[in-house]
Design a protein around this ligand. Structure first.
Ligand SMILES: [Zn+2]
Length: 420
């Protein structure tokens, strides 16, 4: 059943979005950003789905901008700019920032939807910022100038689009689940991006303390977990400050690292996110023992030293008694909720929500926010394509929860909000 097709009416401030001329970067003046448009072109006139590298939109009128997603490029600044100008790249981001001096180039208007997060819902609701760097070698790339300019840009964007300056809304690509290839979800900007410092530069308000939740808050300089990197063999990474904490199966320093039923894992590989949590993310407390705290993480108790945590307040859900809580990478409409004539063949809009985990029992998870099932529907071309550039909504309400290393989605019918 089609519940609603919404072309406009989300409110927001389209007037503010229109205030920057289309040939100039949307940027705080102090940064002197460059404007270099990413490609928007068809690669095959016979196929409305064969085009790159982003979707036209009219945000925030079509859809609110709720998140900013931090990435690193895994290639040079120059090659990233060239890549996004090639319509066969099928990828883009709104901004790219250079390592050496923090130069910022905008490539997609913030009103439009860049293809950066591997998740059509998050793409539709976010602005993507690429940072020149290689995640496994992050600290060498993430310079003072880069942090400062990136933070200035994010403060400007957050003010303009009313995005909260917290880690539920200022997120890494590693906080987002890939919608079609969960196991292949990207892990940038990686363990050597200093989230504590970045949130300080954003002047993010301190979270309110509470007793049901905890926020990962390692002391950057002394938090130096043993990490490896495995790509064509494994190498041990130099010990260095990190935003990442390792999660264990029991409250002991020598307990095995956590494994995940879908991912496997349980290794020190920086790319293995089964057993790692990042600074700023918040989880529900499951148990405490001595110097150790267990949090609910991906359906299991994950143990870490309590000194790596700060008390936090916030909303909490648990599976409804007697109900299996289905966990999804995105809050898509059901196939029957797609309107006839809007075929779900677009690579950006797969037809069916996919369940990744099924959780039951008295487990608890932080609620980051909630929204109806929906997706931004787009193909190449204009109004001759039925429903082009509209939001397709479903009947269900979803909570976005801090589930494991990533935020995931649960149907409100499957859970209850924990009171008190
Ligand atoms: Zn990324």
């Amino acid at each position: 059943m089609l519940v609603a097709v919404v072309a406009a009416g989300w409110g927001g401030t389209p007037a503010a979005a229109a205030s920057v001329p289309a040939d100039q970067a949307e940027c705080p003046r102090v940064l002197q950003c460059k404007w270099l448009p990413a490609a928007y072109a068809s690669n095959n006139p016979e196929d409305a789905n064969a085009y790159g590298n982003y979707d036209l939109a009219d945000r925030p009128a079509t859809m609110p901008i709720k998140y900013i997603v931090i990435h690193d490029t895994e290639s040079s600044y120059a090659s990233t700019l060239a890549h996004f100008q090639n319509p066969r790249a099928y990828t883009s981001s709104h901004y790219v920032i250079r390592s050496s001096d923090g130069e910022v180039t905008q490539m997609v208007r913030t009103k439009d939807v860049a293809w950066h997060a591997g998740n059509s819902l998050i793409n539709g609701e976010s602005i993507g910022i690429e940072h020149e760097g290689v995640a496994a070698d992050g600290a060498a790339w993430y310079t003072d100038a880069m942090y400062r300019n990136s933070a200035a840009l994010v403060r400007y964007l957050a003010a303009r689009y009313h995005i909260p300056l917290d880690r539920e809304h200022i997120i890494g690509h590693d906080d987002v689940a890939n919608q079609r290839n969960y196991r292949g979800s990207h892990w940038d900007p990686g363990p050597f991006w200093d989230w504590n410092r970045y949130m300080r530069l954003l002047r993010a308000p301190a979270p309110a303390p509470g007793n049901r939740l905890v926020t990962i808050k390692p002391a950057w300089s002394i938090n130096q977990p043993e990490l490896t990197y495995c790509s064509n063999g494994c190498r041990t990474l130099p010990k260095q400050p990190s935003s990442t904490v390792l999660l264990r199966t029991e409250p002991r320093d020598d307990a095995p690292l956590l494994t995940d039923p879908v991912l496997g894992g349980g290794t020190t590989d920086a790319a293995d996110w089964s057993d790692k949590a990042a600074a700023g993310r918040t989880y529900a407390v499951a148990e405490r023992q001595g110097r150790w705290t267990a949090v609910w993480f991906g359906g299991q108790k994950a143990w870490l030293l309590s000194r790596l945590l700060r008390p936090a307040a916030g909303r909490v859900i648990r599976p409804r008694a007697g109900t299996a809580m289905r966990v999804y990478p995105a809050n898509l409409p059901e196939p029957g909720e797609w309107p006839a004539g809007a075929p779900a063949g677009n690579p950006a809009t797969p037809p069916a929500p996919a369940v990744v985990y099924t959780i039951s029992g008295d487990q608890r998870y932080q609620v980051a926010d909630q929204s109806p099932a929906m997706v931004y529907y787009a193909r190449f071309g204009g109004d001759e394509v039925p429903y082009n550039h509209t939001v397709i909504r479903g009947a269900a309400t979803y909570y976005r929860i801090s589930f494991n290393h990533r935020f995931m989605y649960v149907n409100a019918d499957d859970v209850e909000v924990v009171r008190g």
